[in-house]
Design a protein around this ligand. Sequence first.
Ligand SMILES: CC(=O)N[C@H]1[C@@H](OP(=O)(O)OP(=O)(O)OC[C@H]2O[C@@H](n3ccc(=O)[nH]c3=O)[C@H](O)[C@@H]2O)O[C@H](CO)[C@@H](O)[C@@H]1O
Ligand SMILES: C=C(OP(=O)(O)O)C(=O)O
Length: 426
Amino acid sequence: MDKIIIKGGKTRLNGQVEIEGAKNAVLPLLAATILPEEGETVLQNVPILSDVYTMNAVVKHLNIPLTFDESEKKVTTQATKDVAIEAPYEYVSQMRASIVVLGPILARNGHARVSMPGGCTIGSRPIDLHIRGLQALGADITQNGGFIEAKADELHGAHFYMDFPSVGATQNIMMAATLAKGTTTLENAAREPEIVDLANLLNKMGANVKGAGTDTIIIKGVEKMHGASHNVVQDRIEAGTFMVAAAMTQGNVLILDAVREHNRPLLSKLSEMGVDVIQEEDGIRIIGPETLKPVNVKTLPHPGFPTDMQAQMTAAQAVAKGESTMIETVFENRFQHLEEMRRMGLLVDISRNTAIIQGGTGFTGAEVRSTDLRASAALILLGMVADGVTTVGNLKHLDRGYYKFHEKLASLGADIERTGGESAHV
Ligand SMILES: CC(=O)N[C@H]1[C@@H](OP(=O)(O)OP(=O)(O)OC[C@H]2O[C@@H](n3ccc(=O)[nH]c3=O)[C@H](O)[C@@H]2O)O[C@H](CO)[C@@H](O)[C@@H]1O
Ligand SMILES: C=C(OP(=O)(O)O)C(=O)O
């Protein structure tokens, strides 16, 4: 079993770090390659992650020729006339995000069968908004045998208000609407940078999508789409993770090409904690203070504080001297890392979606297990400031979203190694 071993206590990260393309952008972008009827699609800056291999397998299963040139970080697909209708359990069970193929397959074929994604450790993650949005476009949707089946003789434009700005539902409905007859207006849509990235690719493919990045997205349906080239947007969560790492270790790290606009709530909280945030020509420099100040944080949909940075931020709160609060409003079960951090000495009271952390009390290394993707990063961050040796296991979660995390931290001066071979996917 792979493990990451960290000798902590004296780490001060220093240097500069490159950030990959965003996992949460590239997965829907890969789903969008189902839409073109002709031409080649080239995605550049594709991160080498296990989730990307899973989504590649889904796309290939749908009869779309796909190659992944890892050395160039480039995925190339060829449009096909004959898109298959089914995304099986084998893939969807590995990765919830594969539900975003439902809209594109339906738009191409008038018929899609996708295995139900189910929940995951961070929450139950229902897909009612995806279903209601596609129903509004005219799809007839049934569920049986663990599959969700959508059929439509013709998708038509519609007005759909989302009860909650779900990222995946916005992407699914947006993609289905690109080939619908007429205009779709999506209100209370998700506004994440990854939504904007998807809209940009769709428009390059010949779609007509306006308003992505605001809460109202308007999609005018087109007859057909074609291949296009696109550079995947930078991973703001990976960038944010290194920002927190630098802040926690009294470090001085330049996060290359980081986009301030994408990480505004995190940067504002880091400033409140006494961290120097400096915009430079090549990126954002983070300089951690001798002592971090406590801070209260509440997760929200973008442009609020991202739930995907919650676990890493609790590691910083653990180090800050005094009482900090974390309120998680997006997922109902996203505090499991705090139980593992308790093994390292964390003082925390958890009541429903609120964690009150008494920080700055000192930590000792321990053997811990990552419970989900961001938990794995957060435990590694805390391991860097804990005295002694921390061993983090269950790295399949880490490999879903971080490329060579330990190597990047080591290049910044952390005493960290990975045993049991390389990441699962390389
Ligand atoms: C691959 C990807 O991009 N994953 C991100 C995406 O996940 P994902 O797209 O799954 O997240 P959503 O925005 O859909 O989910 C947010 C909340 O809405 C609820 N909900 C969602 C859909 C639905 O039909 N009904 C419903 O109730 C979910 O249970 C959750 O409580 O956005 C999340 C919220 O920023 C991030 O944490 C994930 O990293
Ligand atoms: C929760 C996450 O991803 P996913 O939606 O793919 O599970 C994440 O990236 O932190």
